[in-house]
Write a protein that binds this ligand. Sequence first.
Ligand code: EPU
Length: 357
Amino acid sequence: MMALHIQENVPLAPLTTFKTGGPARFFCTAKSEGELRQAIEFARSRRIPFFVLGGGSNVLIPDRGFFGLAIKNEIKVTQFIERREEVSLVAGAGENWDALVAMTVQKNLYGLENLSGIPGTVGAAPIQNIGAYGVEVADVLSHVDVFDAEEMKEKRFDVQECMFSYRNSLFKSAHGKRFIITAVGFVLKKEGQCRIHYKDLALAFNDTRENITPQKIRSAVLEIRKQKFPDLTECGTAGSFFKNPIIDEAEYLNLVSRYRELPGYPEKNGKIKIPLAWILDKVCLLKGYRKGNVGLFSNQPLVVVNYGNATTEEIINFTREVSQKVFEAAGLTIESEVRILGEIDLQFATQVIHSSS
Ligand code: EPU
């Protein structure tokens, strides 16, 4: 087996969509499970932490950089397996998410079309259970293949074992951090029903409810996204920075008594999900709010933007200020959706180091 090429002091900012943060002390790409194993062994032998980078579209790297090994997951493969009414698709973690969606849509397969236009890689999709326009990746996923960095062996999790919920999964939990996703399996349908119940999509298909194909959904979603999200080639962003709060009915009713128009979407557990964009826009009047190089996007205030040469610290301070304002105005405690490389990840790496010593 070829020796892994480990680089030193590699800037990570260009590998993230926020375009901030410092370098990695060590860096390598992993194009296969074998290379992933070698990379983890390198980190173990040096007793340094590691973390895995996909498309860098949901992570903030600290300005001081990362003193361990950053592993860019570039495991690639796409395999379509024909079944009767379905097609199984297995894709490598390092594949580009939207290129995969485009490929399925081109084959007229139903399942991933609502998730068009999301930046990032296939391997990152299950970690936060990406979701948009009425579909979550958990709805179409069959299994996730991982490399267990503690036991140093491959494992497969079926969809139940992944413990998916809104923007959450096993892979985000402290226990699940040891599992590095290598491939994801999906079940797609040859004939299907497009899902257009999400408000923006329903509006887009208002007059024409017939002959809606995955291709038409994809085009509509890409069009909606163009209106709502900044162009990634022009500024830094990681899409929604915060999660939409999920609150008790009593708390929801209390808010509605103050803000009569506040939308609310019932969750399976009896709780209610509210659009934070609405609170930021209508309650906090923060739409387009900007401080120096950082701001809330003028078309979608849930989106935090690096307009120029922002540092990670500026972004974090800005988002803390926004959280504080939301708490003061609406009494809501909000959580970030974007991961900040830091304590949690390092704790995970420490665990790995301990288990090898
Ligand atoms: N709204 C406003 N003012 C605005 C924008 C939105 O009041 O300027 C209100 C409206 O009531 C609107 C509601 O907020 O109906 C929801 O807005 P939107 O449909 O844009 O969705 P979102 O809840 O803000 C979520 C996801 C996005 C995903 C969209 C579409 C999260 C954290 N974000 O945003 O995902 O694309 O739905 O399904 O759940 C991401 O995770 O990075 C992401 C972009």
